[in-house]
Ligand binder design. Structure first.
Ligand SMILES: Nc1ncnc2c1ncn2[C@@H]1O[C@H](COP(=O)(O)OP(=O)(O)OP(=O)(O)O)[C@@H](O)[C@H]1O
Length: 331
């Protein structure tokens, strides 16, 4: 049994997601204790519970401690049973964070499946669906994964109700040594739902202006929808770097766009190959890839250190971090 201290490093939900994903992939039982010890409300929240439940279904597993507030979980995986799934996270729990748990085992199993997930597509403290598609998704595809993500509707905080469909065709990943890519044009999507069209337009315009002031070209699309949930946001991306900013009551659209622009400017101006978020998100996929995956990050974050701790607890010596370079040996 592998034992993971959930309070290590970042001490949040990510240690949990990575542990469950690796347990499904390696077939090893895992115990996670001190779950989310560093958060104001420690223990499992509803959305973490949903992630574990979904993994349990996929891996034919058995779980102890599966309830809201639980600070200890034991997960015993069976064989991965790839099949079509419909998951409703409820409220605005992040769809992309659920995918962090289930996508690596599904890719590793390498058989076709279709997953429909309802929840939040654009919620704070998590990758937006556009970030998932255009930043992480592009890297996974470069590594050889074959999949499609279709955005049916967006779900914002607090109502959620967004929906995406993921179709996985094949997941034979190969390790790559990624190098820093020059960014010629920043692309992006500025969106709003149940709000006047000018919200998405102003977010896009202010991001374009800030980027132009810094000599960076941009092409930002706007998307205006009507739906279950009300909200707005913008995602900017350029090769291995992205930035996300969400609208809030009382926060001017100009600030939403401006924040995203300043964030991506910081990222593209840095020497790292990957942005600080992408760098933690490619670590588990790196484990299922054949050979070595290597890249530098704009910053070695606590999320990266937590993932290294989890991966090395499963496969000793699999992750090495030297200066700003992360090196992952595949299984
Ligand atoms: N702006 C962003 N752009 C891209 N990815 C992001 C962004 N913000 C957060 N992430 C990613 O979302 C994940 C968040 O993990 P974290 O453990 O902090 O979240 P959590 O499950 O919501 O946990 P908790 O509720 O315990 O904080 C990380 O993989 C991080 O890289």
């Amino acid at each position: 049994m592998i034992r993971i201290d959930g309070s290590y490093g970042e001490g949040g939900g990510q240690i949990l997601r990575s542990s469950i994903a690796l347990s499904c992939i390696t077939g090893e039982d895992v115990e996670i204790y001190n779950i989310r010890a560093s958060r104001p409300k420690p223990g499992l929240a509803a959305q973490h519970l949903k992630g574990i439940e979904t993994a349990k279904m996929l891996c034919n597993g058995r779980v102890e401690g599966l309830r809201v507030g639980s600070t200890r979980v034991v997960f015993r995986p069976g064989k991965i049973r790839v099949r079509d799934l419909k998951v409703d996270i409820g409220t605005a729990g992040s769809i992309t964070l659920l995918l962090q748990t289930i996508m690596p085992p599904l890719l590793h199993a390498g058989r076709e499946c279709r997953i429909e997930i309802t929840g939040g597509t654009d919620v704070k403290w998590s990758p937006s669906v556009d970030y998932f598609v255009f930043v992480l998704g592009d890297v996974l595809k470069e590594m050889g994964a074959e999949f499609e993500i279709e955005l049916i509707r967006r779900g914002y905080y607090p109502k959620g109700g967004g929906k995406i469909i993921v179709k996985i065709f094949s997941g034979e990943l190969k390790g790559i040594k990624f190098r820093r890519a020059e960014c010629s044009t920043v692309r992006g999507i500025s969106h709003c739902s149940n709000l006047p069209e000018h919200v998405a337009e102003r977010q896009a315009k202010s991001a374009e202006e800030v980027l132009r002031e810094h000599g960076v070209l941009s092409e930002i699309k706007t998307e205006v929808r009507r739906g279950v949930s009300t909200g707005s946001g913008i995602t900017l991306f350029c090769k291995y770097k992205g930035s996300v900013s969400y609208g809030e009551k009382g926060k001017p659209a100009e600030r939403v766009g401006g924040e995203a622009a300043l964030e991506i400017l910081r990222e593209i101006g840095s020497q790292g190959a990957f942005d600080r978020h992408l760098a933690d998100q490619v670590m588990i996929p790196g484990v299922i890839a054949r050979g070595v995956t290597e890249y530098s990050s704009t910053e070695i974050t606590k999320h990266i250190l937590s993932n290294a701790y989890v991966i090395n607890s499963f496969i000793d010596g699999s992750v090495e971090i030297r200066d700003d370079i992360i090196r992952i040996s595949g299984i």
